[in-house]
Design a protein around this ligand. Structure first.
Ligand SMILES: *[C@@H]1O[C@H](CO)[C@@H](O)[C@H](O)[C@H]1NC(C)=O
Ligand SMILES: *[C@@H]1O[C@H](CO)[C@@H](O)[C@H](O)[C@H]1NC(C)=O
Length: 275
């Protein structure tokens, strides 16, 4: 609007006749009145300045292989930006809490500005982004995933999020819309990822039979060990028993041999006497 005004005037303000200055003033005034009338609290809460600050935070990050982990919606799972914002907005704290910088540093101050802006979105009398109802909240749980990424990627996610919220708030979209069906898709795709129970059981079977096999092998080894042990014990016992018997046998032989010897001698003597 101001551009149009100066253009109409041709050159600088000096070249402008009084009526022209008045016209410019009027145009500017009506324009700004028009803007403030149309744009309310929610439309003005996120500004380009906030997004610029986020971009500066992204650009000042050290490139590192360190990753930050947090729970957030995998946006690719939801092709509906209103439902995405509705579910993700309350959980953005998970990400904002991780934006930590040295106190009073430039990045600290920029982060504070963004965090304050986030808090202010909820401070309007009429909510800028309507809360999910209980049913939606429950269903949308399935859309959240544990994500892990480097700091600058997370900050990019935050910037993209506020960027889409800004567009939606500017377009005055209806956040009251029921998103149950959209969130339902998340749990449906989760079920697809995880096979149904009987299929899972089938997949679990090899594991189970492996366990059975291991138990079988263990039991067999134990049985063999017991058998070998028993055999060794038996052998040892029978050997000592044999030895004892042998010893006793020898004693008996000696005992028996003596009288026998005597009888033989006696017989011999008798035979000699008879001869
Ligand atoms: C989202 O995708 C589904 C198909 O998967 C389509 O029917 C629906 O219209 C899409 N919604 C939006 C808002 O793009
Ligand atoms: C950050 O903000 C504090 C207080 O608002 C101020 O005193 C300080 O100078 C700021 N730091 C930078 C680096 O701008």
């Amino acid at each position: 609007m101001p551009r149009l005004g100066t253009h109409a005037c041709g050159g600088g303000p000096q070249a402008c006749p009084v009526s022209c200055v008045l016209l410019t003033f009027l145009l500017l005034a009506t324009c700004s009145i028009h803007e403030t009338e149309q744009k309310g609290y929610c439309e003005n809460i996120i500004t380009k300045k906030h997004l610029d600050k986020l971009q500066e935070l992204i650009d000042s990050q050290m490139l590192t292989s360190c990753h930050l982990s947090f729970e957030f919606i995998d946006e690719t799972q939801l092709n509906d930006s209103i439902c995405f914002v509705k579910a993700a907005f309350p959980r953005l704290t998970n990400l904002l809490e991780k934006m930590k910088f040295k106190k009073n540093s430039e990045n600290f101050n920029k982060t504070k500005d963004v965090q304050n802006m986030y808090k202010k979105i909820d401070e309007n009398e009429g909510p800028c982004i309507d809360d999910q109802d209980d049913h939606e909240r429950e269903l949308s749980q399935a859309c959240f995933k544990e994500l892990s990424m480097p700091p600058e990627k997370m900050l990019q996610l935050v910037k993209d999020f506020f960027g889409s919220v800004m567009v939606l708030l500017d377009a005055n979209v209806d956040f009251k819309r029921d998103c149950s069906a959209t969130y339902q898709k998340c749990s449906d795709s989760l079920k697809k990822e995880m096979p149904p129970p009987d299929q899972r059981r089938k997949e679990a079977q090899p594991k189970q039979s492996l366990r059975e096999l291991m138990t079988y092998v263990l039991v067999t080894i134990l049985a063999i060990l017991l058998a070998v042990g028993g055999l060794l014990f038996y052998k040892h016992r029978s050997q000592t028993l044999e030895r004892r018997l042998q010893r006793r046998g020898n004693d008996l032989e000696e005992q028996e041999a003596r009288p026998l010897h005597g009888v033989e001698e006696h017989l011999e003597l008798r035979l000699q006497g008879e001869l």
